[in-house]
Structure formats: C-alpha cells, structure tokens
Design a protein. Structure first.
Length: 150
C-alpha cells in the first residue's frame, strides 16, 4: 500500500484555537488594567501615604498663569496665595479675600511631579520665571509638555 502525501494542511482548527487564546488574554488584561477584579484589601493601622498627583502649571499666549486650571499670579505662585492682586496679606483671609489654597505650591509635597504646559509663542523670560519659582520651591520632578513634530 502506498501512502498519500498531504496536498494541503487544514489551518482552520489552528485559527480557532488562536482566536480563543486571544480572547482569553484580552479579557484577562482588561480586568487587570481596570482593576475590576474584586479584591478585599487587607487592613492596616496607618493609612497609606497619599498617591502623588501631577500638578499642572499652564502659561497661556498672554503670559497668564494657571495652577491646576485656576488663575494665579507669579507672585501668588511664589507665596502660595491664589489672589492675583498685589499688596495682599498671607496667613488667612484678608480684605481681598485671598487665602492660602490647599492646592497651592507651598502646601504640596516636594516629591509631587510638576508639569509645565506653556504656549509656544510666549516670551522665554515668562517661562524661565515660572521654572525658577518651581525650582526654588524645592520641586525636583519638573517636566515640560511638548508635542511631537509631524
């Protein structure tokens, strides 16, 4: 008896198995990434340190400053007061209603990352002034957001 040679190989079962494996991997990775898998975390006597949140300083085309989308002056960035008026007092409310904001630079952990988003058409000195204030405040993790050239 002669053996017949294979003229072709049927790959449909192989494709079926690969699609099932792909489905399993994608489903599992979605649960892991989104944290949907229910897990009861263990209890501890002390609460874990607050997660460091990136703080954003934005400089618009006119040179106006914003800390986490709230308007702030350069002086306010230095002192931690969100009031943009000059001649204000610090350490509580005053006649202008300015006060230390819990989200100001002076109240942040120095390990927090700072992201500076600056309009490309501003004067370089405005950016340097902001960077100088941030660095002099003791922040080490400072970055500048840019766009990729096309």
């Amino acid at each position: 008896m002669e053996e017949k040679e294979f003229d072709y190989m049927n790959v449909i079962p192989l494709v079926d198995v690969m699609l099932v494996l792909l489905t399993i991997v994608l489903t599992t990775s979605t649960f892991i990434a989104a944290g949907v898998i229910p897990v009861e975390l263990p209890k501890a006597s002390k609460s874990q340190q607050e997660t460091l949140k990136t703080q954003t300083i934005e400089i618009d085309r006119n040179g106006n400053l914003y800390l986490n989308s709230r308007p702030i002056s350069l002086e306010g960035l230095k002192t931690g007061c969100t009031c943009s008026m000059s001649g204000h007092k610090h350490g509580g409310n005053d006649m202008h209603g300015s006060r230390h904001d819990k989200n100001c630079l002076c109240s942040l952990n120095r390990d927090n990352p700072i992201l500076i988003r600056s309009d490309r058409d501003i004067a370089l000195q405005v950016f340097v002034n902001v960077l100088d204030v941030v660095k002099n405040s003791g922040f080490k993790r400072v970055s500048l957001q840019t766009e990729e050239r096309k």
